[in-house]
Design a binder for this molecule. Structure first.
Ligand SMILES: *Cc1c(COP(=O)(O)O)cnc(C)c1O
Length: 498
């Protein structure tokens, strides 16, 4: 299977190279040259385990690997790092089905893909006889950073560098990253927001002089963000798996349509659900939920994407994003794979901070419903879910739940609905305590977790309570304009250590 850029350059690579590169040389994102026309054999897959489902889907998109190689990658990726039986939990609460994607090693859904990515990368490296060190650059709004650090820490032949917005993550997210151990890891706080970090990383990828310099020193850059196709495809798996679980549990009949609600930031997770539909999962509506940073809501309502606005810091920090990278792959879809249109739109976004799609393409947007939710409504949604249905959800999942309720109130649609539950409430204890009207003032992050536990009896994930005994190793905070120089400095310091 071959991959090419959404922006129309002539670069065509196989899946191994696409995974290793992360981003195309022209700044576009890798997409299949021809999207697989397979329809998944759903009735046969009903009894598949999570791993079997993953193997099946990986084989379609990463077909340079043999079946045995894929099975090994999947086995190594989804092992006992996950605290529930089959990687994810499906819980019914109110009248929706919550697919809990946060039972992995860092308690956010990013683990679903970032447990697999290091294996996909190192095996891809072997396939193409890569003789260079991989430097994984990661911009994070809070959760990708830790999941990537955990996945790549001490992985031979790699270095991982993470940039997070110093003031834009929860205290638990920050502790997770700043205490990360490993010989090949580096974490920078930046004075700036997620968009600044993501822009800097993308600039590094498209800087051909820098790429050449790195090449000469025996290094290549790659990405652990959902711009990497190796990150996106593993996220398709849980939508297929959850759909089949609903069938298996007789909640729906095979071929019934469902709605899928996703709390959105970089648009990767919801795009993965869209890819699952292209493979045969019957979907009625995709519901794109945003927080106060509601660029996507406006886009789906008007066809005008306007990133030129103030960025708010919210109680759902992993969604504090104005430039949603994976929307590019969706624009590519609805424009009928019109690369010139994608390139012009992305150029306009970079130059002017906005772009608009044509009326013809706007019609395709109605597969999506989009809405947003304020901080106070987010906390109310957590409270209501807990008080009325005895189910504890985090701030991001609460945004999705609230927008879902708004959708139902507006449309009376009673299609069975799957909501992506993206993080453990314990990653955001401060906000969750507040939501439950429990006083959180003057408590340390660990006291907050204990208090939440005492009041709800929901188990604290071990990886979070264990942070208490860890030392802060990475306390460097840099200006956003110095990302490249600091990256170089770090890589050069490594040269002296070796
Ligand atoms: C990353 C993240 C999101 C947003 O997902 P995207 O794929 O970036 O749209 C939502 N919730 C949580 C908890 C996250 O970590």
């Amino acid at each position: 299977m071959l991959y090419k850029s959404t922006r129309g350059s002539t670069e065509v690579v196989n899946s191994n190279e696409a995974i290793l590169k992360g981003l195309c040389d022209d700044g576009g994102l890798f997409v299949p040259v021809k999207f697989p026309e397979v329809q998944l054999p759903l009735s046969k897959m009903i009894n598949f385990s999570y791993k079997e489902t993953a193997s099946y889907i990986f084989q379609i998109f990463f077909d340079e690997f043999s079946v045995e190689e894929i099975n090994k990658i999947v086995d190594d990726s989804y092992d006992n790092k996950f605290s529930v039986n089959d990687m994810v939990n499906l819980t019914k609460a109110d009248d929706a089905f919550f697919i809990e994607l946060y039972h992995g090693p860092t308690s956010a859904f990013k683990d679903m893909a970032l447990s697999a990515l290091p294996h996909l990368m190192t095996e891809s490296g072997k396939k193409i006889s890569l003789d260079k060190e991989l430097v994984i650059l990661t911009a994070t709004s809070g959760d990708t950073g830790k999941a990537a650090l955990e996945g790549f820490s001490d992985v031979e032949g790699t270095k991982i560098v993470v940039f997070y917005p110093e003031k834009g993550v929860s205290n638990m997210q920050k502790l997770q990253m700043t205490t990360q151990e490993g010989k090949n890891v580096k974490v920078f706080g930046i004075k700036g927001n997620f968009d600044d970090a993501q822009r800097a990383v993308k600039t590094i990828f498209t800087d051909s002089a820098l790429r050449k310099e790195m090449n000469e020193k025996g290094r290549i850059f790659s990405s652990a963000n959902s711009i990497n196709i190796g990150r996106l495809i593993p996220q398709v798996v849980y939508y297929v798996y959850s759909y089949l679980q609903l069938v298996k549990k007789h909640e729906i009949n095979l071929n019934d349509k469902i709605n899928i609600v996703v709390p959105c930031g970089n648009f990767g997770n919801i795009l993965a659900s869209y890819y699952s539909m292209k493979l045969g999962i019957p979907v009625n509506k995709f519901i794109c939920a945003s927080n106060k940073n509601n660029v996507l809501t406006d886009f789906f309502k008007t066809g005008f994407y306007d990133a030129k606005r103030e960025m708010y810091t919210t109680v759902s920090p992993s969604m504090d994003i104005l430039v949603s990278s994976n929307l590019e792959r969706y624009i590519y879809e609805i424009s009928g794979e019109n690369e010139t249109f994608v390139k012009d739109s992305m150029d306009s976004l970079q130059k002017y901070g906005h772009f608009e799609i044509t009326d013809k393409f706007k019609k395709s947007l109605d597969k999506f419903y989009a809405g947003f939710c304020s901080d106070s409504d987010t906390l109310k949604a957590i409270n209501e879910m807990y008080e009325s249905h005895n189910y504890l959800i985090d701030t991001h999942t609460a945004v999705a739940y609230k927008v879902y309720k708004d959708y139902v109130a507006e449309t009376s649609d009673n299609t069975k609905t799957l909501i992506a539950s993206t993080a453990s409430p314990y990653k955001f204890s401060e906000s969750v305590l507040k939501a439950l009207s429990l006083n959180e003032e003057d408590l340390t992050p660990f006291e907050m977790m204990d208090k939440l536990y005492k009041n709800t009896n929901v188990k604290i994930p071990k990886n979070l309570s264990n942070l208490k005994n860890k030392k802060v190793i990475h306390d460097e905070v840099i200006d956003k304009s110095t990302i490249i120089t600091n990256l170089k400095k770090y890589l050069e310091s490594g040269e002296q250590d070796d």
